[in-house]
Write a protein that binds this ligand. Structure first.
Ligand code: AMP
Ligand code: GLY
Length: 418
């Protein structure tokens, strides 16, 4: 079958998805909405916002799109999958109801409690005084999570009662992220890793593991971000760990979603932590991780269309992976994740030897300029992680732009064990 595919989203994750699709012999045309300046080199970009689900549906119908792949959580939470399905369109991504595993922390935690999926102990509150009293009675640090989508900024690790009260005030009294509840969670420690699986009801196809780096600066310092770098594979996660996570976390979670009447179809992302008490869930996402996808999909040897169709239409697929290591570094706008300026010219992209996925760029008067907080993702490949890292760092040096910064210690857990 020769297919027309639509990818929804416009970041590095979507660029990696477009790149994987462009390697498939089954794909004759790729559209991306809204896309970005890098994606535009590999797909036709369409100026429709990722949450404008009715316009996206109309576009898909009009162009005779055979398969749509959804990237961002905002599009899923806006119900894009439901709207496409109602129109009889084939779509890869969970329904709005299944997306709650990401959009509602409380839903995810209750699901884990009910089905004995290992995670941090927790309690949910909508009342400031009760939440504050609960924190006071328990150990510090403690973790406070706003129950809803807050673009990665709704999690606070409070070291003191004062910090906890301030965060609880923001979330429950001042409604900084909107009206919502707060999950107060036991603080866990250990290396974190991302386990993404293709899921179709009870069927689970694991991807290779990756690790993200959420803090803005070297040494895991500074504020939380959407992710500053990633790599795959992970030497500190053994085959036994991986088997445990698959059998005791990912598969039971897929089965639990079926049992709850909201079967999951798409990518189930387990944000996991290897603690002294075993592997536990920190969070679930209902989509490909960003930037993990940009180091995982390049390692996929199989035709990605086969797996997308197996999930979207029901069926089977087999996944094969390359052995090489991939390590990617985010180039972010100075000031990110707080305020930053846009519109700085980027040069040297033609000198890069590896792969650069665009996260936030746009074309302006024949130039490529910065257009977001996270701007570029530079991926190096090698037989080993140190080799992949060297390759990525060499390419980072080839890119010229006055307003970008990056972390230089991506991969430190793999390289030094801490
Ligand atoms: P989340 O948005 O739930 O992934 O949380 C963001 C980050 O906060 C995670 O990547 C962890 O580094 C940290 N975090 C979240 N929950 C916990 C926890 N229970 N214990 C320790 N750290 C946590
Ligand atoms: N890299 C973390 C995420 O995609 O949520």
């Amino acid at each position: 079958m020769v297919m027309k595919v639509l990818v929804i989203g416009g970041g590095g994750r979507e660029h990696a998805i477009v790149d994987a699709l462009s390697r498939s012999p089954q794909v004759e045309k790729i559209y991306c909405a809204p896309g970005n300046a890098g994606i535009a080199l590999q797909a036709e970009c369409v100026a429709i916002k990722d949450t404008d689900v009715e316009r996206l549906r109309d576009f898909a119908v009009e162009k005779g799109i055979d398969l749509t792949v959804v990237g961002p959580e905002a599009a899923l939470a806006a119900g894009v999958t439901d709207v496409f399905r109602t129109a009889g369109l084939s779509v890869f991504g969970p329904t709005k109801s299944a997306t709650r595993i990401e959009s509602s922390k409380d839903f995810a935690k209750e699901l884990m409690r009910k089905y004995n999926i290992p995670t941090a102990a927790f309690h949910t509150f909508d009342n400031y005084a009760e939440a504050s009293a609960y924190v006071k009675a328990g150990p510090l640090p403690t973790v406070l999570k706003y129950d809803g989508l807050a673009a990665g900024k709704g999690v606070v690790i409070a070291e003191t009662q004062e910090q906890a009260d301030e965060a609880l005030r923001d979330m429950l009294l001042d409604n900084k992220f909107g009206r919502g509840r707060v999950v107060v969670e036991e603080f866990l420690s250990g290396p974190e890793f991302s386990f993404m699986c293709f899921v179709s009801g009870k069927k689970v196809w694991p991807m290779v593991l990756a690790q993200d780096h959420k803090r803005a600066y070297d040494g895991d310092k500074g504020p939380n971000t959407g992710g500053m770098g990633a790599y795959s594979p992970l030497p500190f996660i053994t085959a036994e760990d991986e088997a445990y996570a698959l059998e005791h976390i990912m598969k039971p979670t897929a089965a639990a979603m079926v049992a709850e009447g909201c079967p999951f179809e798409g990518v189930l992302y387990g944000g996991l932590m290897k603690t002294e008490q075993g592997i536990k869930v920190i969070e679930f996402n209902a989509r490909f991780g960003d930037p993990e996808t940009e180091v995982v999909l390049p390692r996929l040897k199989s035709d990605i269309v086969e797996i997308f169709r197996a999930v979207a239409e029901g069926g089977d697929a087999e996944l094969e992976w390359h052995d090489f290591a991939a390590l990617g570094i985010v180039l972010a706008s100075k000031g990110y994740p707080a305020s930053y300026e846009k519109g700085y010219e980027i040069k040297g992209l033609d000198k890069v030897e590896g792969k650069v996925y665009h996260m936030g760029t746009k074309a302006e008067d024949g130039k490529i300029v910065t257009a977001g907080g996270r701007v570029l993702f530079v991926v190096g490949r090698g037989a080993t992680i140190p080799e992949a890292r060297e390759a990525a760092l060499r390419d980072v040096e080839r890119i010229e732009c006055d307003n970008l910064f990056h972390r230089s210690d991506i991969g430190h857990w793999a390289l030094t064990g801490k």
